[in-house]
Ligand binder design. Structure first.
Ligand code: GN1
Ligand code: MG
Length: 364
């Protein structure tokens, strides 16, 4: 079927009856596929919606995932009535998704906004820190037991290492011999990378409802003044650690380069960005944090960076089954970039720790 026809069919199932104008592919995320679909209202104005094709290789239980999102967005909406929120459209039989035997579709409102893949404006970074901190605090009274684990063990770094070892053993794409250096580095830092997971398993860090994918481009900003408008991409909202959200945000936003920048020698941690994000995040969360959470916040940046490096490298070894790629070595480039960032983080760990303590003291 022609893709225009497919888009139209999906939108009609979500009961959008306006005149169809066409669709645009949106570069958003490395897992799902996203399209902006444009319509014409009867009065002649354009109106757009976002349609997503959920990657069911990554998300094995997409229905459970949609239920999670529904509960979480409703919880936030009840707390902040009238505030801009993500709204998922329903089919005639009240479902928030359409399954056509091959694909899993969903549709949300389109929010005109700006997003950032790299940021140098420290006010924007601070605002992102506030947005993710507030998101976590909004869900502080949400019952964890209500949530399905959409990807079991998502930030279980120990399991991620196990999957890397399996990928090395199986060597499905015959690439292991090319990446011995990367493998050796990641294995050499395994203990430190897994420390957060070990503390979690020992019950020393509280389980919270966390976002788990806190890339700064998952915050929509107001184009007029760069104020944060809304946190998006709730696919991985699950029980997790404070450090998962902090660490993942840092590994993305505080890197000197984008996460898939070729020529990884330029990758590294920008301490100014680290500080700005920590200021915003801790302003919202410091009062609710335990001592142990605070002590492991800087470490969490390293843990999440090394963890993602194992994921990119494992996917490269598997033959690129999980992440979308735009070149045959895309996953390798990504893995190298995360490794270079992780190395720099280790060098800067004492400074990062100091910054965290100073920001927490200022926020309390
Ligand atoms: C994936 O698809 P996206 O961009 O929201 C991944 C994250 C990674 C990220 C790296 C469900 O997120 O865990 O950190 O790529 N999401 C999933 O860019 O695996
Ligand atoms: Mg995501």
């Amino acid at each position: 079927m022609d893709f225009n026809q497919k888009m139209l069919e999906v939108c009609r199932l979500f009961r959008i009856e306006y005149e169809y104008l066409g669709y645009e592919t949106i570069q958003m995320g490395n897992v799902n596929r996203t399209y902006k679909v444009n319509f014409l209202l009867p009065e002649g104005k354009p109106k757009s919606f976002l349609v997503q094709n959920v990657n069911t290789y990554a998300f094995r239980n997409p229905v459970g995932l949609m239920e999670n999102i529904d509960k979480v967005t409703e919880h936030i909406r009840r707390k902040k009535p009238g505030q801009l929120a993500l709204h998922f459209h329903h089919t005639a039989d009240r479902k928030t998704y359409v399954e056509d035997g091959e694909n899993f579709w969903r549709m949300t409102n389109y929010v005109p906004s700006v997003t950032f893949n790299t940021v140098t404006d420290l006010d924007v970074v601070r605002n992102a820190g506030k947005a993710f901190g507030e998101f976590q605090m909004d869900l502080a009274d949400f019952d964890i037991g209500e949530l399905t684990e959409t990807i079991p063990g998502f930030h279980n770094t120990r399991n991620r290492y196990e999957k890397l070892r399996q990928a090395i053993r199986e060597d499905r794409a015959g690439r292991a011999s090319q990446v011995q250096e990367e493998i050796a580095y990641l294995l050499s830092v395994q203990d430190m990378a897994c420390r957060l997971t070990e503390l979690q398993l020992a019950g020393e860090l509280p389980l919270r409802v966390t976002h788990n994918d806190t890339k700064i481009n998952n915050v929509l900003f107001d184009p007029r003044d760069n104020a944060p408008m809304i946190v998006i991409d709730l696919d991985t909202v699950m029980p997790g650690l404070m450090g998962h959200d902090f660490g993942d945000a840092i590994r993305f936003a505080a890197n000197f380069v984008e996460e898939d920048c070729p020529g990884c020698e330029k990758a590294g941690l920008d301490l100014r960005v680290f500080r700005a994000f920590a200021e915003g995040f801790l302003e919202k969360t410091a009062r609710a944090m335990t001592e142990k959470e605070l002590q492991t916040l800087a470490l969490s940046s390293f843990a999440l960076t090394a963890e993602l490096a194992t994921r990119f490298l494992a996917d490269y070894l598997d033959g690129d089954l999980y992440f979308k790629i735009n070149a045959p070595d895309h996953n390798l480039v990504r893995a190298r970039c995360q490794i270079a960032l992780a190395k720099d983080m280790l060098r800067k760990m004492p400074e990062m720790e100091q910054v965290v303590l100073a920001c927490a003291a200022a926020a309390k």
